[in-house]
Design a protein around this ligand. Structure first.
Ligand code: PLP
Length: 427
């Protein structure tokens, strides 16, 4: 193109139109970061707005007209396709963080006067969102033990719109019977108008779609923190909601208006590095987690180890039924929770001492919150991730002062043993 523009302008804008701008030939998706997109004509611009979040159009086959990155962009769209596939869902919508995703999936289902039933043990910020903010917006909640299905059924009211839980629970790793909870919701749905039907929402961050695919079991929505195992490297934050296409419009509109969109650079990292290595990382982390749980269990200073792969796991049968990888193998995951020996004060002191020793001397174990990274992370739920939960509720949730959470990474497991052994010897 013979330019009538000067160098300075061309260096900003490049060649006005390039035939090379053809994503079909890329092996990797290009990272395209553009806050706004060229609409070409006023008519096409109007068509873009008509198409966005339009429930009559099938987003999975539509070539989108991009408008503005908060609404949609290519990397985000590609990631959403792969996430929906990974969870066997109809559609996925990504968010800036896991909490933005939790806020959205609750936000589209609840309004003032509604009621939500929540399992007693959930991630600290989800607990705070429900008990502090939703309450302020006129949404009442009940915290109940979802392992007790009659109690769960009893807690469902006519104005209940959502059942919300995690399994395995953060941090105690107790399990909830997914099929049982779905059954309780569907029972209660009988006789309800379609728009009063209960949404069963499961935070599948701990297990990941590698270990369980709850939508196949009848759960309505799965929510994820992409910051954890799906991102996998701890470099980026993100979240996702995966569920039926019927709610896609609401999720897209919620994201547009509340603004918690994922950055294309982040979406690209998760798409190119996170999801393709999920199975590889999970297999390695899970094998190490099993060995670490077995190593910790007989230790005299450890009173109890919770890991779904242990024979001593109280819900071993449920774990074996519900936690399965895509090939049908038992998949107990990469998280281990253990409690130090002694009364509450003594156990707490031991947990602190253990973690401080690890923090100062261990290469293979890092003291940090978060989980699901290639690095092994140790943290103290009662004073860190779950500190937003008042002490009485912590006790009810089984989060004890001497409890320690390990997220097992891909280091050589012999080094993790060595570091844990050293820290236990120094108690
Ligand atoms: C971390 C986490 C979240 C929140 O995710 P962010 O990406 O940190 O916002 C939600 N649920 C569970 C189970 C988590 O572990």
């Amino acid at each position: 193109m013979k330019s009538r523009y000067r160098d300075r302008s061309v260096l900003i804008h490049g060649k006005f139109r390039s035939e090379k701008w053809d994503f079909e030939d890329h092996i990797l998706p290009p990272i395209t970061t553009s806050a706004a997109f060229r609409l070409r004509t006023a008519e096409r611009g109007a068509e873009a707005f008509r198409q966005f979040a339009n429930p009559e159009l099938d987003r999975s086959t539509l070539h989108p007209i991009y408008i503005y990155s908060r609404l949609d962009d290519p990397c985000q769209g590609l990631l959403e396709e792969n996430l929906a596939f990974s969870e066997k869902g109809e559609t996925a919508v990504c968010f800036a963080t896991g909490m933005a995703a939790v806020s959205a999936v609750l936000g589209i289902h609840l309004q003032a006067g509604d009621h939500i039933v929540v399992h007693k043990t959930i991630y600290g910020c989800s607990f705070s969102l429900i008990t502090r903010w939703l309450k302020r917006f006129g949404v009442e909640h009940a915290l109940v033990d979802f392992r007790d299905l009659p109690t769960l059924r009893g807690a469902i009211r006519p104005e209940t719109r959502v059942l919300y839980f995690e399994t395995p629970c953060n941090p105690t790793l107790e399990l909830v019977d997914i099929v049982g909870v779905v059954g309780a919701a569907r029972e209660s749905d009988e006789g309800r108008a379609p728009d009063e039907r209960i949404a069963v929402i499961l935070d599948n961050t701990f297990a990941t779609p590698f270990c369980q695919r709850p939508l196949v079991e009848g759960v309505d929505f799965v929510v994820h923190s992409l910051t954890k195992n799906l991102g996998g490297f701890g470099a980026d934050m993100g979240g996702a909601v995966i569920g039926p296409r019927a709610k896609e419009t609401d999720l897209l509109l919620f994201r547009k208006d509340f603004g918690g969109s994922i950055s294309p650079k982040t979406a690209w990292q998760i798409l190119v590095y996170g999801l393709p290595t999920l199975a590889l990382r999970m297999e390695c982390q899970q094998a190490s987690a099993q060995r670490i749980a077995e190593f910790l269990e007989p230790h005299p200073l450890v009173s109890r180890v919770r890991y779904p792969g242990l024979d001593s796991f109280p819900q071993s049968d449920l774990a074996r039924k519900q936690m399965r990888d895509v090939d049908g193998n038992f998949a107990p995951g990469s998280m281990v929770y253990f409690e130090m020996e002694g009364g509450p004060d003594e156990a707490y002191c031991r947990a602190v001492k253990l973690m401080n020793r690890l923090a100062e001397h261990a290469l293979s174990v890092t003291m940090a919150v978060s989980l699901g990274q290639i690095r092994t992370l140790v943290s103290h739920p009662a004073s860190m991730t779950h500190s937003a939960i008042p002490p009485e509720d912590q006790e009810r949730a089984g989060i004890l002062p001497g409890g320690v959470r390990l997220s097992v990474g891909i280091e050589d497991v012999r080094d993790i043993f060595g570091d844990l052994e050293d820290a236990l010897e120094h108690l």
